[in-house]
Design a protein around this ligand. Structure first.
Ligand code: SAM
Length: 319
């Protein structure tokens, strides 16, 4: 058999070459398809490491916010016990697991398009639902006392934000609070390689229809919704790298996971460089963190739903 094959190869040397070329062309096409689908799935959790990263990020961001899980004035309503809380785009549910354990008589709900949340081992006052927030939430109007949505900047397309926030307001009770938590994607005091990397990330995500500057626009979206009052926001610095102490080191590790596990699927191709060149560039960025005190920002935006809602306004105007 082996001999026959090699003689065939010898006789049709050029044909074999063509076959090889064809095969590698097909392999290339398959790789292209994989990369294309990685781009279209970029807004979804990728694997266990990506889920671990989200969980670790939750604890770091809570620590950066003086260990407070929320900024809205909801202590009283949580204490009252008779209350419902929603986390939209909850991911693995780290915030919900913590809050539902601390407030056993409050009912907590998490929704996410990907079933990355725990289905069995969870407190009984916590329920998860798999659904696409862009298709509307499976809850009636005025249902929740507190609604939050955290770190969706790379998950929602630019033109989806207004409708999603309106949907969150729809399910919020009059008098209830809405809170959004978002990072800024831009960084301060970056070295040249990291600045170059961030510039490419911004261009890449813009190319997928995401607005990398949405964080700065959230207060304006809130203001454009008549039923939202008492709009507030606060920011905290997120240090990157060893010059930022323990938090900087942890955020550096989170970035390492993000660059090596997630961005590597899409960014080298977008930048038209090989994976090896991309990893070299990332190594240079990490070296820069030792000499540049690079930072980014984390924001919380919160507002209250007015007890006189839009419909009442409209009815009054009609009369
Ligand atoms: C970056 S993670 C944030 C998870 C969590 N909120 C946190 O702060 O750690 C974004 C989450 O949004 C979910 N997501 C993306 N698009 C969504 C959609 N259209 N509807 C519901 N969830 C969505 C993803 O599956 C992912 O779990």
């Amino acid at each position: 058999m082996g001999n026959n094959h090699s003689s065939t190869r010898a006789r049709h040397g050029n044909g074999t070459m063509k076959l090889r070329n064809k095969k590698s062309k097909q392999q290339l096409m398959e790789r292209e398809e994989i990369k294309e689908s990685a781009k279209s799935r970029f807004h979804l959790p990728k694997n266990d490491q990506d889920i671990d990263r989200m969980q670790l990020q939750h604890f770091l961001f809570k620590h950066i916010w003086e260990d407070k899980n929320y900024s809205s004035p909801i202590e009283q309503v949580l204490k009252s016990g008779d209350c419902r809380v929603l986390d939209a785009g909850c991911g693995p549910g780290a915030w919900l697991l913590e809050m539902s354990t601390q407030h056993p008589s409050t009912k907590f709900y998490g929704i996410d398009i990907a079933a990355v949340f725990p289905s069995e081992i969870k407190p009984t006052n916590l329920n998860f639902y798999q659904c696409d927030i862009n298709g509307g939430l499976p809850f009636e109007d005025n249902y929740f006392d507190f609604v939050r949505m955290s770190l969706m900047i790379t998950s929602l397309k630019a033109d989806q934000w207004v409708n999603v926030i309106r949907e969150l307001v729809r399910v919020l009770k009059p008098g209830g609070h809405l809170e959004l938590i978002e990072k800024e994607l831009l960084v301060n005091n970056a070295g040249p390689h990291f600045a170059f990397m961030v510039k490419n990330i911004m261009s890449f995500i813009q190319s997928t229809g995401i607005n990398g500057y949405i964080t700065q626009q959230i207060p304006f979206i809130f203001s454009s919704i008549p039923s939202l009052i008492n709009i507030r926001s606060e920011a905290r610095i997120i240090p990157i790298g060893p010059l930022g102490g323990q938090s900087g080191l942890i955020y550096g590790e989170l970035l390492e996971m993000y660059f090596k596990n997630k961005l590597i699927d899409v960014l080298p191709r977008f930048m038209n460089i090989t994976e090896k060149e991309y990893l070299n560039l990332w190594e240079r960025c990490q070296l820069e963190f030792n000499i540049h005190a690079t930072t980014t920002k984390l924001f919380r935006f919160w507002a209250q739903k007015d007890v006189i809602d839009d419909d009442d306004d409209n009815n009054n105007n009609d009369n």
